[in-house]
Design a protein around this ligand. Structure first.
Ligand code: PXG
Length: 291
């Protein structure tokens, strides 16, 4: 049933294989996207396609399909999998090469599209909120590997995530090289203080999350003031509310950071309002796709 698209062919899951000489595996040399399917409709597909091509451009990876062909390939794979609620992983690697770094010796990009079930936080985390730590591992310095690139190199995020697990927390806040708040390991972060929504600016060295941009839009529509700015751990500890945003997690409240309760230690009203608005928008898309 599960069909994986590899370089133009739909293959059964058990046959969907990539060479051990692929530089995606050997060096993390490639880019990816994680996308949701709601009610059979691919959510914010043009935005994800654009970010994929921007990431690829940055790393000199020429995707062998144009954007329309890539869009069609995603839609075809979704249709083949008949999954009305699910998750799409779109991956482009540098392709088969030698056991040396030289990207010139690579055979050419491999394009992979996987459609699978979405794994979410259990419902209790949305009701009660997440506990987080700040990780000792920092986010990539933009001059080392710019976090705007959604690359296959997630090792520093994984190390931060291990720190969170070992501390008995669900997520970690990663700081940047200046000690400012950047983002969580696979999500962006927001704070609420005195009714103002605050989130790190892109210059902090973060992924420009598609959910982040959407939540900023929803807040502006709801006349909630939004500030994209430098934020520190002090801002997190002294915030009234805190939440994270991402394709998988959507909008999830954070109620504790480094052992300090945030606000009254419960998910806050603006977090709920934005989560509610996000769900309304998703529901609207579901209805539109049925119409
Ligand atoms: N920051 C980072 C570092 C991310 O990897 C986000 C923010 C949120 O971006 P979007 O566009 O999704 O709002 C991400 C999201 C997953 C998964 O399956 C998600 C991501 C990466 C790997 C896995 O939950 N990226």
């Amino acid at each position: 049933m599960n069909q994986v698209w590899i370089n133009g062919k739909l293959l059964n899951r058990s046959e969907a294989k990539i060479s051990v000489f692929d530089h995606g595996l050997l060096y993390g040399d490639g880019v990816f996207e994680g996308i949701r399917i709601y009610g059979g409709k691919v959510f914010r597909l043009p935005e994800h396609i654009e970010r994929l091509y921007d990431s690829a451009r940055h790393i000199f990876l020429e995707i062998p399909l144009d954007r329309e062909q890539m869009t069609q390939a995603v839609l075809d794979t979704v249709r083949a999998n008949a999954k009305p609620e699910g998750y799409i992983r779109l991956v482009v690697t540098r392709g088969l090469g030698t056991l040396g770094l030289d990207p010139q010796k690579c055979s050419g990009p491999q394009v992979i599209i996987i459609v699978d079930d979405i794994r979410l936080y259990p419902a209790e985390f949305y009701e009660k909120g997440l506990r987080v730590i700040t990780a000792s591992v920092i986010r990539n310095h933009p001059n080392a590997l710019n976090p705007r690139i959604k690359s296959l190199n997630y090792l520093n995020n994984i190390l931060a995530r291990i720190e969170a697990d070992r501390a008995g927390c669900q997520e970690a806040i990663m700081l940047n090289h200046n000690g400012e708040v950047a983002e969580c390991t696979a999500d962006n972060i927001f704070l609420v203080k005195h009714g103002i929504l605050r989130t790190p600016h892109l210059a902090a060295g973060i992924l420009e999350g598609i959910t982040r941009n959407l939540v900023i839009e929803l807040a502006r529509e709801a006349k909630i003031p939004v500030q994209e700015m430098a934020l520190t751990r002090h801002d997190v500890y002294s915030a009234d509310e805190c939440f994270l945003t991402g394709t998988a997690a959507e909008v999830a409240p954070i109620v504790e950071c480094d052992g300090r309760p945030i606000g009254n230690g419960k998910p806050g009203p603006i977090t709920w309002q934005l989560r509610e608005r996000f769900h309304q928008l998703v529901q609207q898309e579901r209805n539109d796709s049925e119409a």
